[in-house]
Design a protein around this ligand. Sequence first.
Ligand SMILES: *Cc1c(COP(=O)(O)O)cnc(C)c1O
Length: 424
Amino acid sequence: MTVAPHFSFKNETLHAEDVPLTTLARELGTPLYVYSRKALHDAWGAYSEAAKGRDVLVCFGMKANSNLAVLSEFHKLGSGFDIVSGGELARVLAVGGDPGKVVFSGVGKQAWEMRDALQAGVKCFNVESEAELELLAHVAAQMNKVAPVSLRVNPDVDAHTHPYISTGLKENKFGIAIEDAPAVYQRAAQLKSLEVVGVDCHIGSQITEVDPYLDALEKLLDLIDTLAAAGTHIKHLDLGGGIGIRYTDETPLTPKMLLDAVFERLEARGLGHLQIVLEPGRSLVGNAGVLLTQVQYLKHTEAKNFAIVDAAMNDLLRPTLYDAWHSVEQVGQAAENRPADAKTYDVVGPICESGDWLARDRKLDVQQGDLLAIMSAGAYAFTMASQYNTRPRPAEVMVDGSNYHVVRPRETLKSLFADEKPLP
Ligand SMILES: *Cc1c(COP(=O)(O)O)cnc(C)c1O
């Protein structure tokens, strides 16, 4: 058993759906991001099942994985998108996504991004400060348009997750403090080029329990009551993304657990008419991908054993950025068949940084040339990748049953500096 059901062992070889990872390594090289189409569909299915019969819009938090092939699958399944930049909007439009199902989040939206989003006709701007509200009103007025807005409020709840991915606490840069929200809503209501349509929050990422969501929900429902009393009526409530995935042995809440609990509260408070918007990123793609890599060298020192692989922190930043755990599978040997006396290794890359590690203290039975799969690399892997050390970014491949499609080729060395030039 691996953490990801669509990546499993058959005949002692790890497969993506029905394709052996050894085949992909041989035909496409390593390092390589490998995605499973079925895993995307199944993850979507958990949301669509939970939403059945309810007014719910799921907007994929696309910064988790914005490859056009991934976006296009979700678009065809009916997903909207949560974008955080004008660049992400361009990707949505490139796959024929429906701007009417796009919500635009982010603390630093620029005027050109607002213009592009107004031109496209997005569903909502999730506004994160009073200054942004003023700029948006100005930009919309210049275009003779009315911008639909929610305020992203900061409900000051603890999501019990890593500090770098916790976003709903008072000290975070995100959102508008919930105590200040009524005054800012009042200001929004005065601006003719804005239409207040919703209330929004996003409290963090890799959340495993339902309670932080319900704490936030209670505060938002109180706010919605306050606003209604002042004559502002809200159409939708956006609870953000953040549902966690299994990286090792977590059992995170499911979309159904969340939506059952949310709709129970809504109905109890007479607010069953509200549309619920969700912005899941990681939980739709995280376990739909692995980073396939080959062991270049083994190095045994007094303190440590190192497996030096051809993937590095530039391909998967999460370990060094968040101290994140990714499970590591040997493509040719299931973990349960590992000898008891297997050595303990740090899996590290070739980059000139001590922070260049992918996994630490793992029992492995490896040889030079062996393939490893760094699991749960479908979210925040390629999208955070860089070309540090002039390393071309790996190819991305989508497996579909026993077929596969290269959805982004490996970058060539030449392309990395093709646009640079020395001074004349
Ligand atoms: C990153 C982000 C998401 C997606 O978060 P996940 O934890 O990947 O589900 C959703 N909404 C906003 C505003 C975000 O910044």
